[in-house]
Design a protein around this ligand. Structure first.
Ligand code: SAM
Ligand code: SF4
Length: 339
């Protein structure tokens, strides 16, 4: 029996890597399509879309998710591209949340289409929503996303807050000279709202033109905010929590910082990614990918798929290559990975 096969017969989680990290969180990119064109995600010339038959089907997503859940995944996040442009999302959400072992179903969305889907998503069992919003100024929204829509997104954020979800978060990618003067405005956005505003360090991906001058590290964001809100203080974060969370006395909302670049959280990483084309990626910044779609379509059994998954997970590196190396690495554009 091979090492991988023998690992699968062991009672420990097969999704545990050689550094003892258990992977319980699966992020599924449902599509590479999007109704926005964010500069930091989508290359200026767009991307060649996958032919439809290269994309995982509804049944393939459910089969793989069921397998991942049997292997130990307890949380699934739907992302993309923009997940809500895929027509079968409500049905997918319902089927995923019924899978034995799946305790938490979440989605990251740009929010534009949320009003059409809130009730069905909630009824389907989706409980956590992250909505991306990088500016509170309409002209900037247009410049960053290359489309109009700020008012619609803000309206949908407020609708979502009243729709019974367990948690609603805002994802804001902070870029110097673009929106870094809005940190305090975003904090005030959460003054009356039960929301976590997450400031995300700008990361380099294929074709997004990342440059060091536009990068704002966590410590700079923090000092800007501390000047505006001297009483803000940190909260206790769990071991797999990617955000460092803070609160401002008197404010309903909280602030989170995703420090993937300046203070990576690789040591506590519990996530793996299934991309639209059925490739499994065990690290957001890793080059390695395993095609589960090709294996499935060639007739692989669940045991054979488990072995492929195990090989990918055991090949996961201790940490990503660091900020300088990442900036020069030729990776997929973010729109084709799924954030
Ligand atoms: N379309 C959905 C949305 O925008 O929320 C889901 C997909 S998007 C790729 C997922 C998340 O990745 C978004 O919150 C987005 O802000 C983040 N993201 C994309 N490119 C990024 C980059 N270069 N640096 C940091 N975060 C990025
Ligand atoms: Fe679309 Fe989300 Fe990428 Fe913006 S960040 S282009 S909304 S997938």
């Amino acid at each position: 029996m091979t090492d991988s096969a023998s690992r699968l017969t062991e009672p420990v989680s097969p999704l545990t890597d050689t550094f003892g990290r258990r992977h319980t969180y699966l992020r599924i990119a449902l599509t590479e399509r999007c109704n926005l064109r964010c500069t930091y995600c989508m290359p200026a010339g767009g991307v060649d879309l996958l032919p439809r038959h290269h994309q995982l089907t509804f049944e393939e997503i459910i089969r793989l998710s069921g397998l991942f859940a049997r292997l130990g995944v307890t949380k699934i996040r739907l992302t993309g591209g923009e997940p809500l442009v895929r027509k079968d999302v409500p049905a997918l959400a319902a089927a995923l949340s019924r899978l034995p072992g799946v305790e938490t179903l979440a989605m990251t969305t740009n929010g534009l289409l949320l009003d059409r889907h809130l009730d069905t998503l909630h009824a389907a069992g989706l409980r956590l929503l992250n909505i991306s919003l990088d500016t509170l100024q309409a002209d900037r929204f247009q410049a960053i996303t290359r489309r109009p829509g700020l008012e619609k997104v803000i309206r949908n954020v407020d609708l979502t807050l009243g729709a019974g979800f367990d948690a609603v978060k805002l994802n804001c990618v902070v870029m110097r000279g673009v929106n870094d003067d809005e940190l305090a405005d975003f904090a005030r956005f959460g003054a009356e709202r039960d929301i976590e505003v997450r400031f995300i360090e700008y990361m380099p991906f294929g074709g997004n033109g990342w440059d060091h001058d536009a990068f704002v590290p966590y410590k700079d964001m923090l000092s800007t905010l501390q000047s505006a809100f001297p009483a803000m203080h940190p909260l206790n974060d769990g071991p797999h929590e990617t955000a460092k969370t803070w609160c401002i006395p008197g404010f309903r909302g909280r602030l989170g910082f995703i420090t993937s670049m300046s203070e990576p959280f690789c040591g506590g990483c519990n996530r793996i990614r299934l991309m639209t084309d059925g490739n499994l990626k065990v690290c957001l910044f890793g080059r390695g990918e395993t095609s589960l779609r090709d294996a499935m379509r060639a007739g692989a059994t669940d045991d054979e798929l488990s072995i492929l998954i195990d090989l990918a997970v055991t090949g996961k590196k201790a940490a990503h290559a660091g900020m300088t190396a990442l900036a020069t690495q030729d990776d997929r554009p973010m729109i084709r990975i799924g954030g």
